[in-house]
Design a binder for this molecule. Structure first.
Ligand code: AMP
Length: 217
């Protein structure tokens, strides 16, 4: 199966993508995660992306397309993939379309996770992440352990992503509305869009998602 997850920052795409990709035994390809990893490793791509990410802006299309192209060429992507956070504007959608054609593949579905902006701000500003294993917490809904370390290895460290600071959140939501919002109508027009209510609890979203994809629980 080849899927695209579309939706505003903070809607829970990443959480749903990780669990669905594991169920379907396909790679979860998050361009945001790949970029953060590149930054941790101080690669030239990571360092180039940093200023855009910190400001809540989109990293240039060509940089992200190359990351996606490279990731698609890895052996596990032959089984399918779940793209999370790509495409994020109409030019990226057409670049993805070209890449898919070039690779003689088809895109099965685009899932749009819908949620009101007030809820997104609440979710994002409280989000905390483990720097090493990526486990996600929320200061209100799923507080991190008081030790400041998650349940993974002892090296874990819980922090707030710099782009989850309030100013960057508002910028990311504004960028989302302007750049990514039009993709909803784009994919609806192509009859590829499935809408899932992303405002409900994680387990309820997971259930709706499997329901619309016709997967048995
Ligand atoms: P995310 O983890 O999906 O919220 O992405 C974090 C940040 O990485 C975004 O705010 C962008 O700066 C950058 N990023 C991730 N995916 C893309 C993309 N498809 N195009 C451009 N920038 C991206």
């Amino acid at each position: 199966m080849r899927l695209v997850f579309l939706g505003p920052p903070g809607v829970g795409k990443g959480t749903q993508a990780a669990s669905l990709a594991a169920d379907l035994a396909i790679p979860h390809i998050s361009t945001g995660a790949i970029l953060r990893q590149a930054l941790e490793r101080q690669t030239s791509t990571g360092l180039e992306a940093k200023k855009f990410m910190d400001a809540g802006d989109l990293v240039p299309d060509a940089v992200v397309l190359q990351l996606v192209r490279d990731r698609f060429s890895e052996p596990d992507a032959a089984a399918g993939w779940l793209l999370d956070g790509y495409p994020r504007n109409l030019d990226q959608a057409s670049a993805l379309d070209q890449l898919i054609q070039e690779l003689q593949l088809t895109l099965d579905h685009v899932i749009f996770f819908d949620c009101a902006e007030t809820e997104l701000v609440r979710r994002l500003s409280g989000r905390r992440v483990c720097r090493n294993c990526g486990e996600t917490f929320h200061i209100e809904f799923a507080p991190p352990p008081e030790s400041g370390h998650c349940s993974g290895s002892g090296d874990c460290e819980i922090y707030q992503r710099s782009d989850d600071a309030e100013e960057a959140i508002l910028k990311r939501l504004e960028v989302y509305q302007r750049e990514t919002g039009p993709l909803v109508e784009h994919y609806r027009g192509l009859d590829q869009l499935i809408v899932v209510d992303g405002a409900t609890a994680i387990e309820d979203v997971a259930q709706s998602l499997r329901g619309v994809l016709g997967l048995t629980p």
